[in-house]
Design a protein around this ligand. Structure first.
Ligand SMILES: [Zn+2]
Length: 383
């Protein structure tokens, strides 16, 4: 049994004694002692509080030390970016948000990332050596194997740009890249639904996309485009041309710009924004959002029948509009899915809200540096 296997026994954060670790692993006490010694020298495992005394010397407890390293989570959106440092439990230590147009190109945007992460490390009294990894979410399709954005529609200059290599010029650590919806799904799960293994996160804003977590793992598919639901065909969009050039796309009727356009066509002043109109109780806006929910529900019902999630989380800017969108989604999903699939299905609004992305980017980095392969490689380098 490897050092990383012993670490896996402590990864849930619950403290254990050496005797419990020996029992759980089947290893001799002496072997456990040497593996623990390596993990303690790495800083990843530390003595924990005081054990329960059974008379005599209390057994000493060991636990994962979330302060051992920090990771960075970076959420790059179309017009803003957030960078944060988190500990190994995923708790955000410090974060900074800025207006930043992704269309200004990778050199400019990643230059900001480099500068801000350097400043945040100084603020936290952390050295560059204590930074273990960086997770970054990008607002476009990302080829998972290479971490490169491929033909991203709103990101001129980013096509096939080597983001990890650029960031590693400043920080020689693993850099993990994923699309914004995938990291939002990870962030929601990590921070608010840690016991949920099967969830679908839907982002509804300028576009529509989904992050799929199945069996506890993010499902990216062969190239990384799994969950790209915006251009799935729905009945009501049959004669509507989408920005992608096709007709019938979900996005063409149910995303923010389409809803605003339909309200404008009905004579509604949408300058304040669709969400504000719904909150003010504008009947046209409430109705339009409920109908967008039904359109989304049409696609989600298929997804429910295919992958049987236990929770569907609605995030993105339109999720702030509250119940009308959810009501439309529920109406169709419960009607069109198998009763067994919906019996325990919860359809809820994102609790992480606009922090879902940055929480998920940090979770992506943590998942990498606490993975058995990474722990094993670091422990062997130390031996
Ligand atoms: Zn389309």
């Amino acid at each position: 049994m490897r050092t990383s296997d012993v670490f896996e026994l402590l990864r849930d954060g619950r403290p254990r004694t050496r005797a419990q670790l020996a029992d759980a692993s089947g290893l001799a006490r002496s072997t456990i002692a040497s593996r623990i010694d390596v993990l303690m020298r790495m800083g990843l495992v530390a003595p924990y509080g005081g054990g329960v005394s059974t008379g005599g010397r209390p057994p000493s407890l060991l636990a994962l030390n979330p302060q051992a390293w920090v990771v960075a989570g970076v959420d790059i959106g179309a017009t803003h970016a957030t960078a944060a440092l988190a500990d190994l439990s995923g708790a955000i230590l410090v974060e900074r948000r800025a207006d930043l147009d992704v269309a200004t190109g990778p050199e400019h945007v990643l230059g900001w990332v480099e500068q801000v992460l350097g400043e945040l490390l100084v603020e936290q009294n952390r050295t560059v050596a204590e930074l273990a990894a960086i997770g970054i979410g990008l607002p476009g399709p990302v080829e998972h194997d290479t971490g490169r954005a491929i033909n991203p529609p709103i990101m001129p200059g980013w096509h096939r740009y080597d983001v990890p290599a650029r960031v590693q010029r400043a920080f020689a650590v693993p850099v993990l890249i994923d699309n914004d919806v995938n990291i939002m799904a990870l962030g929601e799960q990590h921070a608010h639904l840690p016991d949920v293994d099967d969830l679908v996160f839907i982002k509804v804003s300028t576009g529509i996309g989904a992050g799929l977590i199945s069996g506890g793992e993010l499902q990216r598919g062969a190239q990384g485009t799994a969950g790209d639901l915006g251009h799935v065909r729905v009945a009501r969009a049959e004669d509507v041309t989408c920005r992608c050039g096709n007709q019938g796309c979900l996005e063409a009727v149910a995303a923010g710009p389409a809803i605003a356009e339909s309200l404008r066509a009905a004579g509604v002043d949408v300058d304040a924004g669709v969400v504000a109109l719904v909150r003010a109780g504008d009947p046209h806006a409430v109705q339009a959002l409920r109908q967008a929910g039904r359109d989304l529900g049409e696609v989600l019902a298929v997804l429910v029948n295919v992958i049987n999630p236990s929770v569907i989380v609605i995030g993105g800017s339109l999720a702030d509009a509250g119940e009308s969108l959810l009501a439309g989604i529920r109406e169709v999903v419960y009607q069109r899915s198998l009763p067994l699939a919906t019996e325990h299905l919860r359809i809820i609004t994102s609790q992480a809200g606009e922090r879902a992305g940055v929480l998920g980017a940090a979770a992506l980095a943590i998942g990498h540096v606490l993975s058995p392969d990474y722990i094993e490689a670091r422990s062997l380098a130390l031996a």
